[in-house]
Design a protein around this ligand. Structure first.
Ligand code: GRG
Length: 296
């Protein structure tokens, strides 16, 4: 299983992953029609690294917000991320058979239910955020940031440009647009929503947004590197998937050496911004450092 738990340092990370796993399963009780709850839980509770919700919770902790108030937004973010993976694996998109070391949703439940399981997770994410925001005004901005960065002004926008660019020669600017939106946007959502839910003003929210941007860019370039240099057992999904789908990647455009260099540069920028804002002895710094140097 791909799981940060027990793989990286820290009782704190294990504690937060346990809290997240428990809350995520509580959001998906087995009700009728059972098949949709089962398919949603199959993908959601299948051992992802939980990076985005952890970043949201660590931001909240550093800014002395309340973890219990941040939890619905952390879970919503993980649901949105999981829906994007289910849809991305579909035959119409990447047509991948394995994810998180398990057969993909459409392989187990068929394309129709896989599409609906993704839709179910996306809508449950909004249900959870609105349910909280009704009685928690700080949740409104956090929900706005998460929906903005998950939609056409973020992840969906990046995915669209990725899809229409397949097999074509694209500019550096277009590749940056894809990475900034497809991947980095949800990292911006993690940190900026964490700052918002902690009651911070725009200046702090924007600073954390910038940290999220840099972590996200480093994470995506690393993903491109791992797609050609790692193996499917370690990653829990097929390797060389970008090549198979004629995808433009950082490595195909700039080569491995520059990809390593630039991924490190984004990582260093993220760490510098964290240390300027809240020092180096904290869980956010540690996780950012781990993510930008990750091997899976
Ligand atoms: C289909 C709506 C739609 C969006 C697709 C996020 C995305 C956009 C596609 C997933 C494929 C991909 C390579 C995206 C880049 C971001 C990325 C590296 C996702 C994988 O995230 P991890 O490594 O996965 O955090 P786990 O399984 O650990 O949660």
């Amino acid at each position: 299983m791909i799981n940060l738990k027990n793989k990286n340092s820290g009782a704190l990370m294990n504690k937060y992953i346990d809290i997240l796993e428990k809350k995520l399963s509580e959001y998906l009780p087995l009700k009728k029609p059972e098949i949709i709850y089962e398919a949603m839980a199959y993908s959601l509770l299948s051992g992802g690294k939980r990076v985005r919700p952890l970043l949201l919770l660590y931001t909240t902790e550093i800014l002395e917000g309340e973890i219990s108030k941040a939890l619905p937004y952390a879970c919503a973010l993980e649901m949105i991320h999981t829906y994007s993976l289910i849809h991305d694996d579909l035959p119409a998109l990447d047509n991948d058979d394995f994810r998180r070391n398990k057969p993909t949703s459409h392989k187990v439940y068929g394309e129709d239910i896989a599409i609906l399981a993704g839709d179910g997770l996306l809508n449950t994410a909004f249900e959870i955020m609105f349910e909280d925001a009704v009685t928690n005004p700080q949740g409104i901005k956090a929900g706005y940031l998460i929906s903005k960065y998950a939609g056409i002004n973020g992840m969906i926008g990046g995915q669209v440009v990725d899809v229409i660019s397949e097999g074509k020669e694209i500019s550096k600017e277009t590749l940056s647009f894809i990475h900034e939106n497809k991947t980095s946007a949800l990292f911006r959502a993690s940190l900026s929503a964490g700052a918002s839910i902690s009651g911070c003003g725009d200046d702090v929210v924007n600073k954390f947004d910038q940290i999220g941007y840099n972590i996200g860019m480093a994470f995506q370039i690393k993903d491109d590197i791992l797609d050609i240099s790692s193996n499917s057992e370690t990653l829990g999904k097929p390797v060389k998937s970008d090549l198979k789908n004629n995808k433009n990647t950082y490595v195909s455009m700039f080569g491995l050496e520059k990809a390593y260099k630039d991924s490190e540069k984004f990582g260093e920028d993220a760490l510098r911004l964290i240390s300027e804002t809240c020092g180096v002895n904290n869980s956010l710094y540690e996780l950012a450092e781990f993510l930008t140097k990750r091997v899976k």
